[in-house]
Design a protein around this ligand. Structure first.
Ligand SMILES: Cc1cc2nc3c(=O)[nH]c(=O)nc-3n(C[C@H](O)[C@H](O)[C@H](O)COP(=O)(O)O)c2cc1C
Length: 355
């Protein structure tokens, strides 16, 4: 038994969709909690007016009845309110009538730092929009919705995932210079028992799975678990977390994972975000229609999205932990999962220090 997540949706298409399969039945999903996470993703210093246009809200098309999961695939939808302005340009079917609204003219000026050029070459498109619409981080909205569902599952098992910004460039200075900044965010999970993930195979390692999930988010260029890169500069005597009576650790430089397996300490994952590549003062590019030098396309853009990234990292970490817990504990119904969790904690005589 495992959890799976698939998403679909273009940035200015009708909607974003996520299908989460593998949830047990009987999990209570609170719509307000999902919408609260969607709102957190849209907040933060440095975001553009689009965030005010969207006001994301989740709809559920399948897998839920009266607020409880049915144990069938859960279909989550977040509409793109802005689609109203792109109805012709982003029509899934051949559009009718005269071109109107946005997205009617082909984009031929690829933006450095985006998938624009490579994606257009890869598919042989003559309109960069065919690439940029899906490559955009807009799809992180449904990842956050799926993460909120994962957090509900984890909460039942006494686990909580949080996130924060650790480093952020000077946004005001960047804005004044029509530039952008990146930063570093951190996700932390408390109450995770020892034994999630496995040392048996590389694709079962919890650290590898968390790293892939977080690196899978747009603009993430580095991921570290615990002290990560800093460990490379320490001696063994300084780097590892000594085991104390009661099987607790005095330190947590490993970020809660040893040998690909959670060790009962807090899980700590950090992600480095590159500066947003769409600049209001465009970078140099080439017009694909003429081959001549030109300024890159300017699509609506933010100065920074580091606070938003923190919320997305939190969702990605929550989903991976829920997946690992699902694999460890099995069960068709939430009561079965809870019983297996209780039995496991009793067997290893483990209680979370900070639930
Ligand atoms: C939450 C979030 C919001 C983003 N918003 C923007 C944006 O407004 N403008 C922009 O140019 N890039 C934005 N990005 C970054 C691009 O999506 C990212 O740089 C692009 O996908 C290329 O990065 P990659 O090579 O890691 O995929 C955002 C990323 C995230 C995670």
């Amino acid at each position: 038994m495992t959890l799976e997540l698939r998403t679909a949706g273009e940035s200015h298409g009708p909607a974003l969709v996520a299908i989460v399969s593998g949830l047990p039945s009987g999990l209570v999903i609170d719509r307000a909690a999902v919408d609260a996470d969607l709102a957190r993703r849209q907040e933060g210093y440095g975001r553009s007016p689009r965030q005010r246009i969207e006001r994301d809200q989740v709809e559920v098309l399948a897998g839920l009845r009266h607020g409880r999961t049915l144990g069938t695939p859960l279909a989550l939808v977040v509409g793109n309110r802005d689609h109203a302005n792109w109805e012709w340009g982003m029509s899934p079917w051949p559009p009718e009538g005269e071109p109107h609204g946005k997205g009617t003219k082909p984009v031929t000026l690829p933006r450095p730092g985006h998938a624009d050029l490579a994606g257009t070459q890869k598919h042989g498109f003559d309109d960069v929009r065919n690439t940029l619409e899906r490559a955009s981080a807009r799809q992180t909205a449904v990842i956050v919705a799926a993460g909120a569902v994962a957090k509900a599952f984890l909460r039942g098992l006494g686990m909580a995932v949080e996130s924060r910004v650790v480093e952020l460039g000077d946004i005001d200075a960047a804005r004044a210079e029509r530039d952008t900044v990146g930063g570093v965010v951190e996700g932390r999970a408390r109450g995770v028992p020892p034994g999630l993930g496995s040392y048996a195979s590389r694709d079962e390692r919890l650290d590898a799975r968390l790293a892939a999930a977080v690196m899978g988010i747009q603009a993430v260029k580095g991921v570290e678990i615990g002290e990560g890169f800093a460990l490379a500069r320490l001696r063994g005597s300084e780097a590892h977390d000594e085991i104390q009576p009661g099987l607790r650790r005095a330190s947590n430089r490993a970020g809660g994972i040893e040998g690909g397996v959670s060790n009962g300490e807090e899980i700590v994952v950090r992600a480095a975000m590159k500066p947003l590549p769409t600049l209001m003062r465009p970078l140099h590019s080439v017009d694909l229609a003429t081959g001549e030098p030109a300024d890159a396309h300017v699509e609506r853009s933010d100065v920074a999205a580091v606070e938003a990234l923190a919320v997305v990292v939190e969702a990605a970490v929550a989903f991976e932990l829920a997946r690992a817990a699902r694999e460890k504990l099995g069960g068709d119904a939430m009561v079965d999962v809870l019983a297996a969790h209780r039995a496991y904690l009793e067997r290893i005589e483990w209680t979370a220090t900070s639930p």
